[in-house]
Design a protein around this ligand. Structure first.
Ligand SMILES: Nc1ncnc2c1ncn2[C@@H]1O[C@H](COP(=O)(O)OP(=O)(O)OP(=O)(O)O)[C@@H](O)[C@H]1O
Length: 340
């Protein structure tokens, strides 16, 4: 830390974003309710939640566009309210409702963004990173929605920010654009940046995020990897096995295993087993011990949609905060739910 460094937190080099007991009331509307969350440096963190859950409000507080009514938000070690200028200097932002100047070219937008970050980036190199270098000298007014989105992302990358905050970055992008967005996000993380982004596009989140936080009615209801959240739901997986021959011995051996809910012989060579996710390996082992060779297998997990619904629509009675810490609770779905 330099002498001018106003960061108070000694863990500022490890933590990118820290929310402690964050709350926001709009009159009678509780937009955020006692949210406690830590995003580590170097991770890609997905912020999920249905409409009105509080995602934009959180991002607006991080950037000091909105003041919280409770708790604190720290960004790269800076208090989001007291040190908002330092935060904006260090962070690259793709906001929800961005504004571009129709009469300015992409290059001019980049020159402005680069100057405001005090950096010496090459505008065209940044436009290349988002795939619109060909349009460097075209006016933004004529851009498609996807091109505008890429231009704003290029502006967010100016000055190689330590943290990228992206509000719904896939909006307006076609499937190719969404894939390129994922590649850009990964590349920025590989260069050492932390990426915090909100999204409704669950596939996008699963494909790219190290961890996710799920908001529901202003409360943080789960924080973990997608795999861990899915496993924690405890919903059965379906294991489809192709073997040389489905014998009675195989069916009996698999049926006898704890955690197996159903065994069905689809044909002489195909067996479908419905079982707890952690039982899959035991099923395959039992088939082999019963003398069969597994030729092929396929696992059908809980879909992302099912998982999202389980975390965002279930009974809300057991999520009240006792101490403001994000600590494991026991959701009815069985996940690593946090009281926030
Ligand atoms: N300026 C405001 N005045 C009053 N209520 C507001 C204001 N901004 C947000 N809210 C309310 O706060 C809650 C959270 O809104 P927020 O925009 O943060 O949700 P979100 O998760 O970003 O939703 P979406 O996915 O639809 O963008 C909602 O109930 C919303 O109506």
């Amino acid at each position: 830390m330099s002498q001018l460094d106003t960061r108070a937190d000694p863990l500022a080099d490890e933590i990118a974003i820290e929310l402690v007991g964050l709350g926001k009331q709009y009159g009678d509307v509780t937009a955020l309710n006692d949210v406690t969350l830590t995003v580590r440096r170097g991770e890609i963190f997905g912020f999920l939640g249905p409409n009105g859950a509080g995602k934009s409000t959180t991002i607006d507080i991080l950037l000091d566009f909105v003041r919280p009514t409770g708790g604190t938000a720290t960004v790269l070690g800076y208090d989001a309210q007291d040190d908002s200028l330092a935060v904006r200097q260090a962070v690259g932002v793709l906001p929800d409702g961005y504004h571009l100047y129709d009469r300015l070219t992409a290059r001019q937008h980049l020159e402005f963004a680069i100057a405001s970050k005090g950096s010496d980036d090459d505008p065209v190199e940044l436009l290349e990173r988002v795939g619109i270098a060909d349009a460097a000298d075209r006016k933004a007014g004529g851009f498609s929605k996807g091109m505008k989105q890429r231009l704003v992302l290029a502006m967010a990358l100016a000055g190689s920010p330590e943290l990228l905050i992206l509000d719904e970055p896939s909006t307006g992008l076609d499937p190719n654009g969404a894939r390129e967005m994922r590649e850009i996000i990964r590349a920025e993380r590989d260069h050492g940046a932390t990426v915090f982004f909100s999204s409704h596009v669950l596939e996008q989140v699963e494909a790219v995020c190290d961890r996710v936080g799920i908001l529901r009615n202003g409360k943080l209801v789960a924080v973990d990897t997608i795999d861990a959240l899915r496993d924690a739901l405890g919903t059965d997986a379906r294991l489809v096995l192709t073997v040389q021959s489905v014998t009675d011995d195989v069916i009996d051996a698999v049926t006898a295993l704890p955690g197996v809910a159903d065994v069905h012989a689809d044909s002489e060579t195909r067996l479908t087993v419905t079982c707890a996710p952690e039982t899959k390996t035991a099923v395959m082992h039992a088939v082999e011990v019963a003398g069969e060779t597994i030729v092929d297998f396929d696992i059908e997990e809980t879909s992302l949609e099912e998982m999202f619904a389980a975390y965002t629509t279930e009974d809300d009675t057991d999520t009240s905060s006792k101490d403001g810490e994000a600590e494991p609770a026991t959701p009815s779905a069985g996940g690593e739910e946090v009281r926030a």
